[in-house]
Write a protein that binds this ligand. Structure first.
Ligand code: G6P
Length: 586
C-alpha cells in the first residue's frame, strides 16, 4: 500500500503534491516521486527515502506546471530502488502513472507488451499500467475508451492515476481507496483526504469499479463500462486537518499523550450505535470478533469483556486467518470488525467472508468514511482524530473504551464505569515519563523482551510486545502467565528482560509467582502494578482503580517505554522500517 495523489488546477502543482504526500506518508514511505505536465511535456523526479529527504535532494517541488501526480511507496513488487519508485512513465514518455495496490496478472501483461516491443525499467507490477495505457491510447486515440479498455485487462486490487502529456488526468478505483477533492477551479485525486484537506473539505468518494476523467474544462465520473455516474459531493470533518505534531517531537508521542482526552470521545458521535450493537449482540446466534495487528489485540480484550461482564460467548479470529478457517463462521451470526483505518485488506476480506454467510457486521473504526464503514450494518466511531504514527496507540485505548461502553449497555443493572477515573489514571502515568525514559535507556541494548500477563492482561501483554517490536525492533513476545512453565521458562536467563503485567486483581498472586520463577533464573523484572514487590527490579506504578481501568493503565507505560527506547536506538518512532499504517494489500 502506497499513497497516490493527483492535482489539476491553477497553482504550481508540484509544491501542492509534495505537501499532500508528506501527510500521507503513513501509507508507505520507502520512496517518493512526482511528475508534472507543462507545455505538453511530462517531467518526472523520484528516489528512495522519505518525502523530506528526496525533496531536498531532487527538489521535487520545483517541477513546472499546474497538473501533476505523486506517490509514496511501500514496496510489494520489487526492491526499494530509485527505478522501482513511482511515477512510472510509459515507453513513449507521453503517459506517467502512480499506482496503489497489486496487479495480479502483471506477468502475463508484461510478456504480451514485451512481444509488442515494449521494454521495462522497473521490477514493479505498476509499470505495466503505464505501457498498457500507451498501447491502448495509440490504438483508440481517446482517454475515456483507453481507460475502459485498460481496466478491462487488469486483474487485482488497485487505484491508479494516469497523466497524459496533453495534461489530462485519468484515475480508476478497484478495491483501493480513491477520493476526489473539489476546490475552486482545482481538483485533487488522492488515496486519503489528508492529501488535500487544507485546500478543500468538499469530496467525492469514488465507488469501486468507477473511473474519473479530469481535464481543463471538466471532471467526469464513469463506471468501467463507460456510463456516466452522477457525482455525490460530501463534506469531510475539518477535524481531519488536525494532523500537525504541534510542540511534540513525534506524532507517536502526541498520540500517546492525547489519550487522557481521546477516550472521552470514543463512540460519542455514534451513541445510537452502541445501543444498536448491544441489541445485535443480545440476539446473535454466534459472535465473532476480528481485526489485524493492534485491532486484533483489542478484539481479544473484547472477548474477555463479553464473557466476564455480559456472559456472552464469542470467538476472536485474526482477520488474515479467516480465509483459512473453514466453517468457523456459522451462518446468520454476528461479526464485530475492529480497524482504525477501516481499510485493512485482511479485515475487509474477513467481513466479506462473514457477509457471504449472511452475518451482520458491527464495525468499530476511526475513519467513518472508510470502506469498512460502508460495508457494515452498524458503525461505532472511535473519534480519536487522525492517528499518523504507524504503531497504533490512541486508537487501541479508544477501541477498549467502546468495548466497555458496549458491555455497560449490555449489563442488566447498568454497570458504572468511571471514564473520568480512567482519564486521570492515564494523566498520572503520563507524568511518570522521566522514569520511563531512564528505563528505556536500560533496555535499549537487550535482544529479547518478554511480556507476561494473565486473563484480560494477556492480550495487553501481546499488544505490549507488538509495540516494542514495531518501535524498537527488539524481539518481544507476549506470554500467557500459566504457559511460562510450558516452554518460555527455558529462555529465561540474565540476558533477558521480562515485563510482568500484574495489577491487584484476581490474577495478582499467580502472576507474582510467575515473576518469582523468572527471577530465580536471573532475568531482570519490570513490574507494572499498583503494588510494589521486592521481586521487581524496576517498578512502574499504576494507580489502584476499578479492574476495568487496569488494561488501559497498563498499556500507557509500555507505549511510552517503546517510544523512548526507539529514540534511544535512533529509530524513527513514527515510521518504523518496513511497516505501513494502513495495509490495504493482502
Ligand atoms: C498495520 C499497522 C498496525 C495496525 C494494523 C491494523 O499493520 O502497522 O499498527 O494495528 O495495520 O490496522 P487497522 O487500521 O485495521 O486497525
Amino acid at each position: 500500500m502506497c499513497s497516490i495523489i493527483g492535482y489539476s488546477g491553477n497553482e504550481n502543482a508540484a509544491p501542492v503534491i509534495v505537501k499532500g504526500l508528506r501527510r500521507m506518508e503513513y501509507r508507505g514511505y520507502d520512496s517518493v516521486g512526482v511528475a508534472t505536465e507543462s507545455n505538453n511535456h511530462i517531467e518526472l523526479k523520484k528516489g528512495v527515502g522519505k518525502v523530506e529527504v528526496v525533496n531536498s535532494k531532487f527538489q521535487l517541488d520545483d517541477l513546472p506546471g499546474s497538473i501533476g501526480i505523486g506517490h509514496t511507496r511501500w514496496a510489494t513488487h520489487g526492491k526499494v530502488t530509485d527505478a522501482n519508485a513511482h511515477p512510472h512513465p510509459s515507453n513513449s514518455g507521453k503517459i506517467a502513472i502512480v499506482h496503489n495496490g497489486i496487479i495480479e496478472n502483471f506477468d502475463e501483461l508484461k510478456e504480451n507488451l514485451k512481444k509488442d516491443g515494449y521494454s521495462f525499467q522497473s521490477e514493479t507490477d505498476s509499470e505495466v499500467i503505464a505501457n498498457l495505457l500507451q498501447k491502448n491510447y495509440e490504438n483508440l486515440n481517446d482517454v475515456k475508451n483507453t481507460m475502459i479498455k485498460t481496466v478491462s485487462e487488469l486483474r487485482g486490487h488497485y487505484s491508479f492515476i494516469a497523466m497524459f502529456e496533453n495534461g489530462q488526468l485519468a484515475a480508476a478505483r478497484y478495491h483501493e481507496p480513491l477520493i476526489i477533492g473539489i476546490g475552486k477551479e482545482k481538483y485533487f485525486l488522492s488515496s486519503d483526504v489528508l492529501g488535500f484537506i487544507e485546500q478543500t473539505d468538499d469530496v467525492i468518494y469514488i465507488d469501486n469499479g468507477n473511473f474519473v476523467l479530469i481535464d481543463q474544462e471538466k471532471m467526469q465520473i464513469l463506471d468501467f463500462d463507460g456510463n456516466e455516474i452522477k457525482p455525490q459531493i460530501t463534506k469531510v470533518s475539518k477535524e481531519f486537518a488536525d494532523v500537525y505534531k504541534g510542540d511534540y517531537a513525534h506524532f507517536t508521542l502526541k498520540e500517546i499523550s492525547e489519550q487522557s482526552e481521546t477516550i472521552f470521545k470514543a463512540g460519542e458521535t455514534t451513541k445510537d450505535s452502541i445501543k444498536k450493537s448491544s441489541d445485535y449482540l443480545k440476539n446473535a446466534k454466534n459472535i465473532y470478533l476480528t481485526g489485524s495487528g493492534t485491532s486484533h489485540n483489542a478484539s481479544l480484550v473484547g472477548k474477555y469483556l463479553l464473557s466476564k461482564y455480559a456472559k456472552i460467548k464469542s470467538e476472536s479470529i485474526i482477520a488474515s486467518e479467516m480465509p483459512f478457517s473453514e466453517n468457523i463462521i456459522e451462518p446468520n451470526s454476528l461479526l464485530i470488525a475492529l480497524s482504525q483505518s477501516g481499510e485493512s485488506a485482511d479485515v475487509l476480506e474477513a467481513v466479506n467472508i462473514a457477509k457471504k454467510s449472511n452475518c451482520k457486521i458491527i464495525a468499530i473504526l476511526n475513519s467513518l468514511t472508510s470502506t469498512l464503514a460502508r460495508e457494515s450494518d452498524c458503525v461505532i466511531g472511535m473519534n480519536c482524530g487522525p492517528e499518523i504514527g504507524v504503531a497504533a496507540t490512541k486508537s487501541f485505548t479508544s477501541q477498549l473504551i467502546i468495548l466497555y461502553k458496549i458491555i455497560q449497555e449490555l449489563s442488566d443493572e447498568k454497570m458504572v464505569i468511571d471514564f473520568q477515573e480512567i482519564s486521570s489514571s492515564i494523566s498520572q502515568i503520563l507524568m511518570e515519563h522521566n522514569k520511563i525514559k531512564k528505563l528505556a535507556n536500560e533496555i535499549k541494548d537487550i535482544s529479547d523482551i518478554y511480556v507476561l500477563g494473565r486473563g484480560i492482561h494477556y492480550p495487553i501483554a501481546i499488544e505490549s510486545a507488538l509495540k516494542i517490536k514495531e518501535l524498537t525492533y527488539i524481539h518481544a513476545e507476549g506470554i500467557a502467565g500459566g504457559e511460562l512453565k510450558h516452554g518460555p521458562l527455558a529462555l529465561m536467563d540474565s540476558s533477558v528482560f521480562v515485563i510482568i503485567i500484574n495489577p491487584g486483581d484476581s490474577t495478582y498472586q499467580d502472576t507474582l509467582m510467575s515473576a518469582r520463577e523468572i527471577k530465580a533464573r536471573g532475568a531482570k523484572i519490570i513490574g507494572i502494578s499498583d503494588k510494589s514487590s521486592d521481586v521487581y527490579d524496576y517498578w512502574i506504578q499504576i494507580p489502584k482503580t476499578h479492574e476495568l481501568t487496569f488494561p488501559i493503565s497498563e498499556t500507557i507505560p509500555i507505549q511510552l517505554l517503546s517510544y523512548y527506547a526507539a529514540l534511544e536506538k535512533d529509530t524513527d518512532p513514527d515510521y518504523p522500517r518496513n511497516l505501513a499504517k494502513s495495509v490495504t494489500v493482502k
